[in-house]
Design a protein around this ligand. Structure first.
Ligand code: MTE
Ligand code: LUZ
Ligand code: MOS
Length: 755
């Protein structure tokens, strides 16, 4: 275990983000004018007043784009700057470039537009009825749902809704573009995907990708919000640099960032679930209405993941999951930790809870009875291997006795008229890999310098999740030297080309594997040289342990630095570049069957909550969880990831609410109106255990991805609160709507009372 590589510079305030980069001489500042209406025909943009402001150097609109005005990464339906129509409030229509940020912002505010308003659609079901879909509906199915209902003892149905979620990364969207000789442009971008920025910048500027270099040292959080949507701001900065041949910085203030960028996708869903009396789930049918916002962005792969995770951690023989990606007039919704998975899992948890309530059994009985086992098949055709749901749950039972908790909660509720407790288990099963197989590739470039220090460049973006620390650990383990000798460089498109985003929790897996391959190449060369120095020609006898060369596992006098020197003198390359592509993946979208995932992550959490039924306020008291992280590369990082993700999940399910008015104006456009969990709402007990002595042959050094899966434990908070509500009003007919804000809890507790 080593310290988080960025920890030292973070606490000293020395870590550099885009805004910390020293401004090159002559840097200009850009500000963006967003559309004042949510939907309309864009007739004319008036830029005269802005141009007249002292210090304004340019006002750019779609007409100033030399290449293609298109930033849609999956489906080309998204202009960089609005042209002909505006589709959401805040959609960029023009950019002002000025001597300083305040002048740019002031001038941007003076831009007006003639817009012929069109009807605003905010309801995904309404969009679906009007046929306004981003893509054709998608169906993932297995077995025969229609025939299965007849064999069920209970069939329940219902409708759910889950809300959006704002990313609230600490560093807002930012970019600094600089002109280089020969018309090239370097972009420093706070992005999860430097290649996405490079590709879009080249397209918009009418340049070759080779003429755009993107560099990212680290980002101040992304959470999916910079997987695709950092691109726009970086490309706008590049466009301004192209036109003015000056460095240009574009940094969104918090308000613009919240108003102009997309969120987690809100979903509506209709479900029907059928069980036999023994609690086995036989059939599950669900239709998802995904609120995509105005443009496709990543909505189609997000919807795919919703369908992949529609049955969560349960083996259900007959499944039909249908997904509709519905076009509405809000900012395009985008990747957010879990990437549609949580939205799918919430619905099946609601469905099995509805069934449990109907059957009069604890929902955990149904959850446990249906957990996936090895040899089961997911509804998308992949076989289940190394299912660890049961193992995690058994381990959790040793930490918290389930009977004791149920008794304690029931006992408390019997004695307490106004304050009620609830508890819920939340098992998870999350597939690791980009579901678009093509994206599962990465590369590493490793240099050993003549003093024995090592520099590693990969495609991974450090965003607080510790991927650089993991890559450093992997390099040091592969080479047999201490981690302090290894430096992980910035992520740069000239050192790692054609990269996938750091996303899908896969950065350490993909880039770690590439790093291992490159280090193994180097080690092989070094061993050959070492064998020669030690008087034989058998490199297989040689190993490096703690920076010392070993021969047949015995330490020699030869140390790492000497070996590196000798290798250089022998004119053997001390640099290696390797590519990694996850083997064995393939998914056929036409049949919706295949092997999309490299492996699955399992775990289970128990969440307890206390609800004040007079005031609607509540607190999550305790979270206990057992989580499968394989052989953790760094337990401190992995526990930090699990805790952070858990809180983000609890926030999504209970507290955070994205609201628009009927004109499509975002009402929760500041941290005063959009509430995220803070230290005061953190459960006093957060007790997460990593499953011990578990291997993962498909992860580097047997590790598993950690970034997203634990977010879904937070879903348990919603069900714990529902149990508390039902303890207060056993006759209550509560709906399946998240988040369960105190306001919504109170309204439901007293719905119909006194009528
Ligand atoms: N942790 C921090 N501190 N900041 C982040 O922005 N993003 C999450 C997760 N953990 C994030 C984070 C998301 S959405 C993903 S996909 C993974 O980190 C990506 O990194 P990884 O692939 O290295 O796990
Ligand atoms: N991004 C993506 C993701 O493009 N494909 C995925 O499957 C995915 N999964 C999680 C997060 N981001
Ligand atoms: Mo994470 S949603 O894959 O960036």
């Amino acid at each position: 275990m080593t310290a988080f590589a960025d920890g030292y510079s973070h606490v000293r305030g020395e870590s550099e983000f885009v805004c910390d980069l020293p401004l090159p001489a002559g840097t200009l500042h850009a500000a963006v004018r967003g559309s004042p209406v949510a939907h309309g025909r864009l007739l004319r943009i008036h830029t005269g007043a802005a141009r007249g402001v002292d210090g304004v150097r340019a006002v750019l609109t779609a007409a100033d784009i030399p290449g293609r005005n298109q930033v849609g990464a999956v489906i080309p339906d998204e202009p960089l700057l609005a042209e002909n129509s505006v589709d959401f409030m805040g959609q960029p229509i023009a950019m002002v470039v000025a001597d300083d940020p305040a002048t740019a912002a002031l001038a941007a505010g003076l831009i007006t537009a003639d817009i012929e308003q069109l009807p605003v659609v905010l309801d995904p079901r309404e969009a679906a009825r009007a046929g306004s879909l981003i893509a054709e509906p998608v169906v993932f199915a297995s077995g025969d749902v229609d025939a299965a209902w007849a064999r069920c003892d209970v069939v329940v149905q219902g409708s759910t809704r889950s809300a959006g979620q704002e990313h609230v990364y600490l560093e807002t969207q930012s970019a600094l573009a600089e002109p280089q000789e020969g018309g090239r442009i370097v972009i420093h971008s706070s992005t999860q995907s430097p290649t996405a920025v490079q590709r879009a910048a080249a397209r918009v500027c009418g340049l070759h990708m080779q003429q755009i270099e993107v560099d990212t040292r680290r980002i101040g959080g992304g959470f999916g919000g910079k997987e695709d949507q950092a691109t726009h701001w970086a490309v706008l900065a590049a466009l301004a640099t192209l036109r003015l041949r000056r460095p240009v910085r574009l940094v969104l203030d918090r308000h613009d960032d919240i108003a102009m960028t997309g969120k987690r996708h809100p979903y509506e869903a209709d479900f029907r679930i059928g069980l036999t009396r023994d609690g086995r789930i036989h059939a599950y049918e669900v239709t998802f209405y995904q609120d995509a916002g105005a443009h496709a962005d990543l909505s189609t792969p997000v919807l795919d993941r919703t369908l992949f995770h529609a049955a969560n951690a349960y083996a259900i023989p007959n499944v039909r999951a249908t997904g509709l990606s519905c076009r509405t007039n809000t900012a395009p919704n985008t990747a957010f930790r879990g990437f549609g998975g949580p939205q799918g899992m919430y619905v099946v948890e609601a469905a099995l809870t509805a069934a449990a309530e109907q059957l009069g059994v604890e929902r955990s009985v149904i959850q446990r009875a249906n957990l996936l086992r090895d040899g089961d098949t997911f509804h998308y055709g992949q076989r289940v291997v190394n299912a660890r749901g049961r193992q995690c749950w058994d381990a959790l039972d040793k930490i918290v006795d389930p009977q004791e908790v149920s008794r304690r909660v029931a006992g408390f509720n019997a004695a307490s008229p106004w304050v009620k407790k609830g508890h819920a288990w939340m098992p998870i099963c999350f597939g690791i890999a980009f579901t678009n197989t093509m994206l599962n590739q990465a590369s590493a470039l490793v240099h050993i310098y003549t003093d024995g220090s090592v520099g590693v460049s990969t495609a991974a973006i450090e965003m607080g999740q510790g991927v650089n620390t993991k890559i450093r650990l992997i390099a040091s383990r592969s080479l047999g030297i201490g981690p302090d000798r290894v430096m992980v460089e910035s992520t740069n498109t000239t050192r790692a080309a054609n990269t996938s985003a750091t996303a899908a929790s896969s950065a350490a897996d993909l880039n770690g594997h590439a790093t291992m391959l490159a280090c193994n190449d180097l080690l092989q060369r070094l061993r050959t040289v070492a064998a020669g120095l030690l008087g034989h020609d058998d490199p297989d006898r040689i190993s490096v342990v703690d920076g010392r060369v070993h021969d047949r596992a015995e330490p020699t006098a030869l140390v790492w630095e000497e070996l590196v020197q000798a290798t250089w003198v022998a004119r053997v390359s001390l640099s290696a570049q390797r590519h990694y592509a996850t083997p064995g993946l393939g998914f056929d979208r036409t049949t919706a069957k295949g092997h999309p995932f490299n492996y699955h992550v399992f775990g289970v959490a128990l969440i307890e909550a206390t609800l004040d039924c007079l005031r609607g306020v509540y607190r999550v008291d305790a979270v206990h969880a057992v989580h499968d992280a394989g052989r953790s590369l760094d337990p401190v990082i992995d526990l930090g990831q699990a805790e952070g993700a858990l809180m983000q999940g609890i926030g999504w399910m209970t507290l955070e609410e994205v609201l628009h008015d009927k004109d499509g104006r975002l009402l929760t456009d500041a941290l005063a109106s959009y509430k995220v969990p803070d230290v005061m709402s953190t459960p006093p007990v957060v007790d997460i255990h990593l499953l011990e002595r578990v291997d993962n042959p498909r992860g580097p050094y047997s590790s598993k991805a950690i970034g997203e899966p634990p977010l879904m434990y937070g879903i348990g908070a919603w069900f714990a609160l529902r149990e508390a509500m039902r303890a207060f009003r056993p006759d209550g007919r509560f709906d399946w709507v998240a988040p369960l804000t105190p306001e919504r809890v109170l309204m439901q507790l007293y719905d119909g009372v006194g009528r």
